[in-house]
Structures are given as structure tokens and as C-alpha cells.
Design a protein around this ligand. Structure first.
Ligand code: NAP
Ligand code: F7E
Length: 324
């Protein structure tokens, strides 16, 4: 019988890649979606006939319990969250409800319905915040710099706590920034590649950004979902940093994306101080040595190839839209 997996946040970037990955592995894939007046299934439209979607919400405990009772999965991947850092400053309480307490609600449902379920929590390098060491690994202390980071730190520790208290097979993947052509357009990588495509095709003339000096460790989402799955196949649950080990600035990202279409970025980019954050994370770089040795996982796509792939995908899409 095919193993059954449930993905919360299946309509997001990682959910879409993970669903494809698990289908290829022969899984029966179920996804949790929240009710909305407009469907947000764009990233999984091509998979609709191969997966089963169920309505539930991270804010609603009973809906998650009922979902687990109906699906009875072997693995649960908890990817749902309010994941945009600037929004977490504007809506800190809602971010705490989704991104922090939402994790406990899913874990409580696992504990109640079937404690043998294998559980993956989408933790984040944002927990390292004001970094205490470089590169960051599983032992580096947390110092979150946003309500989002603080909520993820809670989600991480509650996951560890349910493993230690109740013996639940719960893993926390501490993933550094990862992106792709499916990335939300509000995140800086996609904001830049979409703008470059539009500028090249004459549909936009300016790109307004915030802090160009921030450094991030960016990988490809398509490769990072493989690491999530590998964690849940271990003999014993554990926590892993997933990263490339390289850092690049937003400025470098911008230069690279514009150069790929033969443009100099300087005439097009302006800086708006409103886009700077109340507290910034200046630098992040992960050490995924433990994942390499214990999961056999390592990234292969270079930063330049990743950004070029995203610019190319956006160019194709924008050209199609303009032709319609
Ligand atoms: P994303 O594209 O923002 O997707 C978030 C998902 O969560 C969407 O499917 C969204 O559904 C769902 N969601 C939000 N609130 C919900 C609620 N109350 N009930 C049910 N579903 C809800 O995020 P992503 O980039 O795929 O990231 C996946 C996870 O990894 C997130 O937890 C994120 O915080 C974490 N993470 C991401 C990165 C990264 O660089 N991408 C790095 C580390 C950790 P709608 O479609 O309805 O909005
Ligand atoms: O910002 C700077 C900004 O919003 C990256 C989420 O997936 O990764 C993501 O969080 C950097 C920051 O991602 C703009 O100040 C400059 O320093 O793309 P981002 P993030 O905040 O790093 C982590 C690991 C997660 O877990 C999160 O869920 O870019 N920046 N100018 C800008 N950022 C944005 N968004 N827009 C700008 O115009």
C-alpha cells in the first residue's frame, strides 16, 4: 500500500514542491487548505487530480483533529505558517497564532489521534537572527529579530518538547532561505526576478527595494524538500540545518539578475527606507554538515544558476501574459 502523507501549507512554495516529490516517491498525498473566497491553488493546479485536498485551519484545533482522523497519515509535514517577515511586524499576534501556536495545535492532534505519526516542522534560519556564530549549525543559540523569528523559535522548541515528553517522532528542519520560480512575489529574490523580466519586456520601469547589504544563504526549494523527507525516514528523530554554506548580498542578487538579461541595474533600482525592517538580520550562513553526513543530503544548484533559472521562468511567464 502507498504510504500516506499530509502536507499543511500545500498551496505554498514548499508545499507544491513537496507534493510533487512525494508523488514521485509513490506516496498518496493529502493537503490541508484553508477556506478562502478565492482559491489559492495556482502552484498545485497541475496536481489537482493526483492529490486530495481537505479544508482545515491552523487556528481551529478541532478541524485539525478531524483532518487527521479522516486521513490517518503516516507522515505529517507542517509547512503552513504566516511566513513573510515584514507582515509579522504588522500582525505579530496573528503571526504568533499561525506560526507558533499552530504548531502545537498540529502536535496535539498527532498526540491525540495517532502518536506514531512522523511529524516534520518547518523551522527557519530566522531563529538565529542576530547571529552568535558563523556559520550557524544545530548548536548555535537563537536570537530572533522579528515576531516571525520568535514564533518559529517557539515552534521549534515545542516540536523538540513533544519528542522528549511524548516520544513523538518529531523532526525540526532549520531551513535557510530557499527560493524558486514558485516563490511568492513579495520575497526579495522573486520580487527582483519578476521585476527584471518586466523591465526587460518593457512592462515596468523601476524596482523599489530596501536594504541591499543584507546577506542570505539562498538555496533551491526543489532540493530542500528532499531533505524534509529524508528526516522522516531516519531511525530516530532529530533536528537538522539545511543550507548551502554560501552567503550573498541582496545587491549581488540584483546585479546577477539584471546582468542575465544584459542590463545594468543602477538606472532602474531605487531605495525606499520604508522597506527597511524595525530590526534586520544582517547576515545568515548555514553549516549543513550534519545533514550531509546523516541524511546524505547536499545542495547542487549554484546561486547564479538558481537566479538565472528564476529570471528565465519569469521572462517566459511575463511574455506569455503580455501576449494574451
Ligand atoms: P509560503 O509560500 O508562504 O506558504 C505558506 C503556506 O501556509 C500557504 O499554503 C498558506 O496557505 C498556508 N497557511 C498560512 N496560514 C494558514 C492557516 N491559518 N491555516 C492553514 N494554512 C495556512 O511559505 P513557503 O516558502 O512554502 O515555506 C513553507 C514553510 O517553511 C513555512 O512555515 C515557512 O515559514 C517555512 N520556511 C520557509 C523558508 C523559505 O525560505 N521559503 C525558510 C525557512 C522556513 P494560503 O495559500 O491559503 O495562504
Ligand atoms: O528578505 C532584504 C530584507 O523577505 C531577504 C522567509 O521565507 O527566509 C525568508 O525571510 C532580505 C532581507 O526573506 C527588500 O531586508 C531588501 O534582509 O526575501 P526576504 P527573509 O526575510 O530572509 C526565511 C529563512 C524564512 O523563514 C521566511 O519565511 O532582503 N530586502 N529589499 C528586501 N526584502 C523584501 N522582501 N523586499 C524588498 O524590497
Amino acid at each position: 500500500m502507498a504510504p500516506r502523507a499530509l502536507i499543511t501549507g500545500i498551496t505554498g512554495q514548499d508545499g507544491a514542491y513537496l507534493a510533487r516529490f512525494l508523488l514521485e516517491k509513490g506516496y498518496e498525498v493529502h493537503g490541508m487548505v484553508r477556506r478562502s473566497s478565492t482559491e489559492t491553488f495556482e502552484r498545485i493546479n497541475d496536481l489537482r487530480h493526483r492529490i486530495t485536498l481537505h479544508q482545515a485551519d491552523l487556528l481551529d484545533q478541532l478541524s485539525i483533529i478531524t483532518l487527521l482522523q479522516n486521513v490517518r497519515p503516516r507522515e505529517v509535514y507542517n509547512l503552513a505558517a504566516q511566513s513573510f517577515v515584514p507582515t509579522s511586524f504588522l500582525q505579530p499576534l496573528l503571526t504568533g497564532e499561525f506560526t507558533a501556536l499552530g504548531v502545537t495545535r498540529v502536535l496535539e492532534a498527532v498526540r491525540l489521534v495517532d502518536p506514531s505519526i512522523r511529524f516534520y516542522q518547518a523551522s527557519s534560519s530566522e531563529m538565529f537572527g542576530k547571529v552568535q556564530r558563523e556559520p550557524q549549525d544545530e548548536q548555535t543559540p537563537f536570537w530572533p529579530r522579528s515576531p516571525y523569528g520568535a514564533a518559529k523559535a517557539y515552534g521549534h522548541w515545542i516540536t523538540v518538547n513533544y519528542r522528549e515528553s511524548y516520544g513523538i517522532f518529531a523532526c525540526s528542519g532549520i531551513l535557510f532561505n530557499h527560493t524558486s520560480p514558485l516563490r511568492g512575489k513579495e520575497f526579495v529574490t522573486r520580487k527582483v526576478t519578476d521585476a527584471v523580466a518586466r523591465i526587460k519586456l518593457g512592462a515596468q520601469d523601476k524596482l523599489v527595494l530596501g536594504n541591499l547589504e543584507a546577506l542570505r544563504d539562498w538555496g533551491f526549494a526543489g532540493e530542500y524538500v528532499d531533505a524534509m523527507w529524508r528526516m522522516l525516514q531516519l531511525d530516530h528523530p532529530d533536528d537538522f540545518v539545511i543550507a548551502t554554506g554560501e552567503k550573498h548580498s541582496v545587491r549581488e542578487l540584483v546585479e546577477l539578475a539584471f546582468a542575465h538579461v544584459g542590463l545594468d541595474w543602477r538606472p532602474y533600482v531605487t531605495i525606499d527606507p520604508e522597506l527597511f525592517r524595525p530590526a534586520e538580520i544582517n547576515t545568515l550562513r548555514g553549516d549543513a554538515g550534519k545533514a550531509r553526513s546523516q541524511l546524505g543530503w547536499q545542495p547542487t544548484l549554484s546561486f547564479a544558476d538558481l537566479i538565472h533559472m528564476m529570471v528565465d521562468a519569469d521572462r517566459e511567464r511575463v511574455a506569455r501574459e503580455l501576449a494574451e
